[in-house]
Design a protein around this ligand. Structure first.
Ligand code: MG
Ligand code: ZN
Length: 223
């Protein structure tokens, strides 16, 4: 019997996608580009973090952004405001980005003068984790209003993550049960290598420097 017939179709597709993602990563590395896949719940602050990061990298890193959303170009327009290249992908009913959408997007965006590629994934903590987009780093956002148990509830996405950022920490005073250290501890139980950051972008005290210091020196890496 033919061996290939025994492998389920979905498994074969996933394998093929992983190969394509590895090739994309290599092509991006040849251009000297480091790629970041930002993942998190809807409303968790992904677009705001990307905006504020772009602002602080100005004059140091040339950034391009791929924006994934079910519908609308609202977030892409926000990013465009900062004068960086932005490409919007509307996924329709699909709740994650995959490597096929990314390769289509990469054909439409000139990356010849780019250092960092940011991919904002569709707001979702489940299936984005099983899709390699050719990125070097996976960044998970956990916002304070979502509560401290996201790593416990969604361990799969944390398992593959390089960094977790707690966002909206200016709201901590309204969420006394949210303990930053507990969330970080849970995340490290799942992924001991995970880098941890806190960010506050709306309150009186802006906190973002540690994250910027880390991302500034991020080098291409193999997944
Ligand atoms: Mg967004
Ligand atoms: Zn999905």
């Amino acid at each position: 019997m033919n061996e290939t017939k025994k492998i389920p179709v979905l498994e074969r597709v996933m394998k093929k996608n992983e190969q394509i993602a590895a090739e994309v990563r290599e092509q991006l590395h040849e251009k000297g580009i480091v790629t970041f896949n930002f993942m998190g719940s809807p409303g968790g602050g992904k677009t705001t973090l990307i905006e504020e990061t772009i602002k602080r990298l100005q004059g140091k890193k040339r950034v391009a952004v791929i924006e994934g959303d079910l519908a609308t170009t609202i977030d892409a327009e926000r990013i465009r405001h900062y004068g960086v290249k932005v490409l919007q992908i509307n996924t329709g009913s699909m709740c994650h980005l995959d490597i096929r959408l990314i390769t289509q997007a990469l054909e439409k965006i000139d990356l010849s003068d780019i250092d960092f590629l940011f991919i904002e994934n569709v707001g979702n903590l489940v299936c984005p984790s099983s899709h390699d987009l050719g990125e070097d780093y996976r960044i998970i956002l956990a916002s304070v209003p979502e509560g401290p148990f996201k790593p416990k509830k969604y361990p799969v996405i944390y398992k593959e993550a390089d960094a977790v950022i707690i966002t909206k920490t200016d709201l901590l005073e309204y969420f006394p049960d949210f303990k930053v250290e507990i969330l970080f501890q849970h995340a490290k139980e799942i992924q001991p290598e995970i880098k941890t950051f806190v960010v506050a972008l709306k309150g009186e005290k802006i906190i973002i420097d540690d994250w910027i210091t880390w991302i500034e020196q991020a080098k291409p890496k193999k997944r």
